[in-house]
Design a binder for this molecule. Structure first.
Ligand code: NAD
Length: 317
C-alpha cells in the first residue's frame, strides 16, 4: 500500500481506535513490543532503526523499519522515513508492505489525542503547543478534533515558523498567539510538546494549575523537553512505562532519582478503566515515546479497509 493509499484510507477515528486497542492489549499483557534497534549507520548522518512486536489479541505481527535521514530536505523528502511489514503469525509469511510516513504521523497524533481524551482537565479550553515542525501540525489537528479548545498558544525556537499552526487554528475557529514559554505554561489547560530538543524547555515554575501535558518529542536517549522536577511532580502515564523510563521524557527524572519507573502508569490501563485517571486538580503527563505496535495496529486496520475497498496492489513475493 502506497502513501497515497494510506492517506485515502486512514483518518483520526481509525487511528484512535487502533492505538487505543493496542494500548489496552499492552496493558493486559496481550501485546509485546520487542527491543528497539536504533543505530547511526555512519552514512548521510542517518539513524536507522526498526521497531517490532506481536499483539496476540489482534494477531498483528510485524516490523516498522526506517529512521531519521536529516539531509532528506535537500532531496525534497521528509527526514523521517518508514515502511511497515506485516507478517502472518500463522506462517511467518509477509502479508503486506505498507508505506509508513502518513501512518506514523497519524498514530503519533492519535496517541496524544487519546491522552487528552482520557486525562485533560474538565472544561479545557486553552491548548499550548511547543514545536512547529512536521509533526506539530498533525498533533494540533488531532487535539482540536478531540477537545473543545477555543484558543491555541504556540512556542517555537524560531517563532516565524508558527504560520502553519496559525492557519490550522484559524481554520478551526480558534484564536492563536505565539507566546513565551512562561506564558504558555501558565495559561494552557493542555500542553503538547513536539520538538527535537536535547535540553529542558518548559520549567517546573512555568506550569500552573491542573494541566495535562502530552510530551511527544522525546523518543530517544538524551532528548529532553521538560524540567525533570516538572515530570516528577506530575502523575505520569505512558504507552509502555518501561520504555518511557529508558528513552522517553521520564528517562531524566528516573535517571536523577526524582521518581521511580513504577510510578509511571499505563495509559491503556486508564482506557480500560483498570487504572484511575486524573484526580481533579492534578498535573498529568503522558510520555508518548512511540511504540512500533501502534504502527502495526494502524497498518493492519488500513489493510483491512484496503481489502474491502479493493485498494492497494497485489504482489507475489
Ligand atoms: P521536525 O524536524 O520537523 O521539527 C523539529 C521541531 O523541533 C521544530 O519545531 C524545531 O524548531 C524544534 N527544535 C529542534 N531542536 C530544538 C532545540 N534544541 N530546542 C528547541 N526546539 C528545537 O521534526 P518533527 O517530525 O516535527 O518531530 C519532532 C520530534 O518528535 C522529533 O524529536 C521526533 O523524533 C519526535 N517524534 C516522536 C514520535 C513519537 O511517537 N513520540 C513520533 C514522531 C516524531
Amino acid at each position: 500500500m502506497s502513501e497515497t493509499d494510506v492517506a485515502t484510507l486512514v483518518d483520526l477515528d481509525l487511528a484512535l481506535e487502533a492505538v487505543e486497542a493496542v494500548f489496552m492489549a499492552m496493558d493486559a499483557g496481550e501485546a509485546d513490543a520487542f527491543p528497539v534497534v536504533r543505530e547511526p549507520i555512519g552514512y548521510q548522518e542517518a539513524l536507522y532503526g526498526y521497531k517490532s512486536g506481536f499483539d496476540r489479541n489482534a494477531m498483528t505481527l510485524g516490523v516498522k523499519v526506517g529512521g531519521y535521514w536529516p539531509r532528506n530536505g535537500d532531496r525534497g523528502l521528509a527526514s523521517h522515513q518508514s515502511t511497515v511489514l506485516l507478517v502472518a503469525p500463522e506462517t511467518g509469511q509477509c502479508n503486506a508492505l505498507v508505506a509508513g510516513n502518513h501512518l506514523t504521523a497519524l498514530r503519533t497524533a492519535a496517541a496524544a489525542a487519546s491522552s487528552i481524551r482520557h486525562l485533560a482537565p474538565a472544561g479545557a479550553r486553552v491548548l499550548g503547543i511547543l514545536g512547529a515542525g512536521h509533526q506539530a501540525s498533525w498533533q494540533l489537528e488531532a487535539a482540536l478534533d478531540i477537545g473543545a479548545f477555543t484558543e491555541v498558544l504556540a512556542w517555537n525556537r524560531r517563532p516565524e515558523r508558527t504560520q502553519a499552526l496559525e492557519a490550522i487554528a484559524e481554520r478551526r475557529g480558534c484564536s492563536f498567539r505565539p507566546v513565551s514559554l512562561p506564558e504558555l505554561g501558565e495559561a494552557s489547560d493542555v500542553i503538547i510538546t513536539i520538538t527535537s530538543s536535547f535540553a529542558p524547555l518548559l520549567e517546573d515554575v512555568h506550569v500552573v494549575g491542573p494541566t495535562h501535558i502530552a510530551a511527544m518529542g522525546t523518543d530517544t536517549e538524551g532528548k529532553q523537553e521538560l524540567d525533570p522536577v516538572l515530570v516528577a511532580r506530575a502523575r505520569c502515564f505512558a504507552e509502555l512505562p518501561s520504555q518511557s523510563a529508558r528513552l522517553g521524557e521520564c528517562q531524566h527524572a528516573v535517571g536523577e532519582g526524582l521518581m521511580a519507573e513504577s510510578e509511571i502508569a499505563s495509559l491503556g490501563g486508564v482506557i480500560a478503566e483498570r487504572v484511575p485517571g486524573r484526580k481533579a486538580s492534578e498535573l498529568t503527563l503522558f510520555d508518548g515515546s512511540g511504540v512500533g505496535l501502534q504502527d502495526l495496529s494502524l497498518a493492519r486496520a488500513a489493510l483491512e479497509r484496503a481489502r474491502v475497498r479493493g485498494m492497494g496492489r497485489r504482489l507475489d513475493l
